[in-house]
Design a protein around this ligand. Structure first.
Ligand SMILES: [Zn+2]
Length: 135
């Protein structure tokens, strides 16, 4: 096994505790009309076309190496942003499940916006080429 493959395997294992809930959700949703595809080392899962899902407060969410999105077109459009989150999970591993909400809580305690000002989201917007939210 080459060094690069070993590094990728380690990244999958390090993020596995976060990917597992996403995989379980995917396994439940696929028989209900969800769709799945592999893109850039992650699994993209399009949710079933249920109308109530459109009311979720997000269009896509990343759990480790699993990205759940409203549909395949949304997943493609948001891929650069969600791939930044995949790399964040690869860096932080299971600690991401604490670090992300803690960062949101910290922003909220400072009177800022928990989602928009979360440094993980700021980095994802910046690195994906999507300009930051205007103030
Ligand atoms: Zn994001």
């Amino acid at each position: 096994m080459k060094r690069r493959q070993l590094r990728q395997l380690a990244a999958y294992l390090w993020a596995a505790p976060c990917s597992l809930p996403g995989l379980l959700l995917a396994a439940l949703l696929l028989p209900c009309g969800g769709r799945i595809r592999r893109q850039q080392g992650a699994l993209e899962v399009a949710l079933p076309p249920w109308r109530w899902l459109r009311r979720l407060p997000f269009a896509a969410i990343t759990l480790g190496h699993v990205i759940l999105g409203l549909d395949l077109a949304t997943l493609a459009a948001l891929r650069p942003h969600e791939q930044v989150h995949v790399r964040q999970f690869q860096r932080w591993g299971v600690l991401m499940l604490l670090a992300y909400p803690a960062a949101s809580l910290w922003q909220w305690l400072r009177g800022r916006r928990p989602y928009w000002d979360n440094p993980f989201e700021v980095a994802a917007r910046r690195q994906s080429g999507i300009p930051p939210e205007p103030r």
